[in-house]
Each structure stands twice: as C-alpha cells, then as structure tokens.
Write a protein that binds this ligand. Structure first.
Ligand code: BTN
Length: 252
C-alpha cells in the first residue's frame, strides 16, 4: 500500500480533504468566502475532477496529487497565472526526477516527460467582486501503468513510472507549493522572467501544429512564440500571425 495521509507542515492557509468533487470547486468557494492569497486546497481523491475543454481528470485515492492554489491579484497580473502555474509545476517536477529526465511544457498547460503527460493545469478566474484565480494542478505521482486513464490525445505517465521509484506525495506537494509561492511573489512585480522560463522549456515552439479552437474549423500552422500575455502565436499558411488563447494545439 503506497498511500500516506496528506500533510503540509506549517502551512496556515490550507485545507486537506479526503474527498471532494473538485479541489477547484472547494477552492473557489473558499476564495469567495475570503481565503487569502496563496491559500491551498488539496484532496486525496476527486469524484468530478476536471481538465480543460470539459474533459474529466481521473482522480483515484491514495496515488496522485490534486491541488488548487488561490492567487489574488489585479486582472492584469492574473493573465499570467497560467504561465506561472505551468512554470512552477514544471520546476517542482524537475526537482523530483533524475537529472536525465527533463520535464517539458506542451502549450498551454501540459507537463510531459519522455513525451508522456505527467501533469495538467486548469486555470479558473473570477473577476467579481475582487479578482482571484484558482490554479488547479493534477500530478500523476504513484499511478502505475494500469492505474492511468486511457489517453486518447496524449499518452499519460507518472513520476513513479519515469523515475522507477515510489514517491512521497507530501514531498512533491511541498515542492509544488514552494515553487508556486516563489513565483507568486514575482507576479506582484510584473511576472518578470516567467515568460522566459516558460518558452525555454516549451516544446510546442517551432513545431507544425493543428489548432483546434472551439467553434471553428481546425487549421494547420507553425507555433512561433508567445506574446506578453502568454498567448501562443501561430503563423498560418498565408503567413498571418494569429494569437491563440483557448485552444488545443496538437503536433502533426
Ligand atoms: C488538464 O490537463 O486538462 C488540466 C487538468 C487539471 C486537473 C486538476 S486536479 C486538481 C484540480 N481540480 C480539478 O478538478 N482539476 C484540477
């Protein structure tokens, strides 16, 4: 049995739940009730964990991490929250893996190791009355191959599979929260360095991609950069540069 109880020593603004529908829902309710900047919700399992584009996020007990982190800031800075979340989680994962395993970013919010998805991030923002953002993070920690969901889009993996050893979820949790805290301080100063940290590990750039924007026909393009808000810039076959904000971008 791998499972140990979740804990995060000395964290004041923290809720640890044994089960919830989605930590993002629990964090949203808490934020509406006044939870402070940097508050954390973590659950052992989720009954309705969700990912981007209305996909579900497989959330069995005792194996993985389901974390929601609350950020309070102006809307101008919250636009960088997706970048912050991905950069922080990538760095935390890097600290848990052997140096030869290089976690990379697939725009907008996937962390891959050896081409397989280890973690995903779901950002949800509320603007009224005071803006806040929930950075929802799912990390496959100790799931074995047979415990991973079927992966119609991207092959899934876990820290255990990539490192060859069972991990302490609480060590991974502490590392993720530490990186989020560090980068949250930088957000208040304008997010300096975040875009650079993202682009330097982003494997989408320079690739031929298929862009699927909800409600539009998919089109082929080349991913060529990020703008200052973290939107992906793609160049279509007529050499138009198009900023992409909410889309699935698949390699071809
Ligand atoms: C994705 O890859 O599409 C994003 C997955 C995000 C999953 C996490 S698990 C914690 C938080 N609660 C949720 O319901 N979703 C996020």
């Amino acid at each position: 049995m791998i499972s140990t109880a979740l804990f995060l020593p000395e964290r004041k603004h923290l809720r640890i739940l044994s089960k919830t529908t989605s930590t993002n829902d629990a964090a949203k309710r808490w934020a509406r009730d006044g939870a402070r900047d940097g508050a954390v919700v973590v659950a052992d399992c989720q009954t309705a964990g969700r990912g981007r584009s209305d996909r579900s996020w497989h959330s069995p007990p005792g194996l993985n991490l389901y974390i929601s982190y609350i950020i309070r800031s102006s809307l101008q800075f919250l636009r960088l929250a997706p970048i912050l979340g991905v950069v922080a989680v990538r760095e935390a994962i890097q600290t848990q893996l052997p140096a030869a395993c290089k976690p990379v970013i697939k725009w907008p919010n996937d962390i891959l190791v050896h081409g397989a998805k280890i973690a995903g991030i779901l950002i949800e923002i509320e603007t009224q009355p005071d803006p806040f953002c929930i950075v929802g993070i799912g990390i496959n920690v100790n799931a074995d191959i047979c415990q991973l969901p079927p992966a119609p889009r991207t092959r899934a993996s876990s820290l255990r599979i990539e490192s060859g050893r069972i991990m302490d979820r609480n060590v991974v949790l502490a590392s993720v929260v530490e990186q989020l805290d560090n980068h949250r301080q930088r957000l208040a100063l304008g997010g300096s360095g975040l875009l650079e940290a993202f682009t330097s590990h982003c494997i989408s750039l320079g690739k031929q991609v298929r862009v699927n924007i909800p409600g539009h026909d998919p089109f082929l393009a080349t991913a060529c950069g990020l703008d200052h808000q973290g939107r992906l810039l793609v160049q279509d076959h007529e050499n138009r540069c198009i900023p992409i904000i909410a889309a699935d971008v698949d390699f071809i």
